[in-house]
Design a binder for this molecule. Structure first.
Ligand code: NDP
Length: 342
């Protein structure tokens, strides 16, 4: 059985969803309540592969909300993730994806120090960040640029969040598998940028406001668009913006002619999935569309690869991306390729 650990995008969103899902006692509660709410299994999922194989999974709502980080309630935030992991394990789930901010919190706060959660000793090999599949899907989505007349061999690609787990994997793929003209690396920590440049043997580091007007394609894997204050008219036309962050907010930010937005790291399955949870996170086709990281746990279950396929930071290789990519195609997933035009 596979599992997905997820969370909602804001307190308002959580209250609305609680009402819809039939938990009225959660619907009128503030952040304090969500900080103490235990994880819950709120959905049972059935997926049929393109091969005809069927698998079953569970969606675990961690009750984490991004406001917990903003309010510096770090202990609550980290407890949410560990408790959700323990809940998944206790419920016999073999392989669970850490969706949304879950894997980032796990890594940033070194939660691998806390194996013991009350009477459960966490078995980390039962969990995956899902980032290898996410990075693979984003790389495939870069191919959509051809549809708006951007030729990859003449394109400048900016990766915002280049030194992160997903961003560095995207950079490796672009370096090894494509002939793009220029690769621009956007991130704050200079030391990590230098290490990445050394590894890739290419890549020009620059601040976001310098990189954006030079780019034909921008890959956003840093979740930071709220703080971006750049006139969309200064961007190239056409320009493809692949929004790999969570929540998705780039399309509304750069709403201008010639700017095309694509929901990054999202896959569509060829058959309807029996679940209700993706409607709640506002997918356009809720029965078939999902985050690539969630799909990774489904793929590991289909293939019976019961291992933490994606784990730790900046360890994603092109070979592993190809391997999960082949499984993705085999079981009927494809990258979302429809974009919004400004
Ligand atoms: P990481 O924490 O590993 O990497 C974040 C990157 O962003 C780092 O390079 C960091 O470098 C950079 N960054 C952060 N803030 C800024 C800033 N203000 N300016 C410039 N660079 C910045 O994250 P992941 O790679 O794990 O995840 C990235 C995104 O992908 C997240 O938004 C996550 O929610 C989303 N995601 C989507 C999935 C899907 O299925 N669609 C699955 C998993 C994640 P530095 O700190 O040096 O600036």
């Amino acid at each position: 059985m596979f599992g997905l650990i997820g969370h909602l995008t804001s307190l308002d969103h959580a209250q609305a969803v609680a009402r819809d899902l039939g938990y009225p006692e959660y619907a009128d509660q503030g952040l304090d309540f969500w900080c103490s709410a235990p994880p819950q299994i709120v959905d049972t999922i059935k997926v049929t592969s393109a091969t005809g194989q069927q698998i079953e999974g569970r969606y675990v709502e961690s009750c984490f909300l991004p406001e917990m980080l903003a309010a510096r309630r770090i202990k609550a935030a980290t407890r949410k993730i560990l408790n959700a992991m323990a809940h998944a394990q206790k419920n016999g789930i073999d392989i669970t994806a850490l969706g949304g901010f879950s894997s980032i919190i796990f890594e940033n706060f070194n939660l691998n120090r806390f194996r013991q959660v009350r009477n459960t000793e966490l078995e980390f090999e039962r969990f995956t960040t899902g980032n290898t599949h996410t990075a693979y899907i984003i790389c495939r989505q870069i191919e959509a640029a051809a549809k708006i007349g951007i030729n990859l061999s003449e394109a400048t690609v900016a990766v915002c969040g280049a030194t992160g787990d997903i961003g560095s994997a995207v950079c490796r793929w672009l370096t090894q598998k494509t002939d793009i003209k220029d690769l621009l690396l956007v991130a704050r920590n200079q030391e990590r940028i230098s290490l990445l440049q050394e590894e890739l043997g290419r890549g020009i580091a620059m601040p976001l406001e310098v990189a954006l007007p030079k780019a034909d394609i921008v890959v956003w894997v840093a979740s930071m668009a709220k703080g971006v204050d750049i006139d969309p008219k200064s961007l190239k036309q056409p320009c493809l913006m692949i929004d790999g962050g969570y929540p998705k907010n780039i399309a509304t930010h750069f709403n201008a002619p010639g700017i095309y937005g694509l929901n990054g790291g999202i896959v569509e399955h060829m058959l309807d999935i029996d679940w209700k949870i993706m409607g709640i996170v506002n997918m356009d086709v809720p029965a078939r569309q999902l985050f690539a990281c969630f799909a990774e746990s489904m793929l590991l279950e289909f293939e019976k690869w019961y291992t933490n396929f994606s784990w730790g930071r900046n360890q994603i290789t092109v070979e592993k991306m190809e391997r999960i990519g082949e499984a993705s195609v085999r079981h009927g997933f494809k990258p979302l390729m429809e974009f919004s035009a400004g």
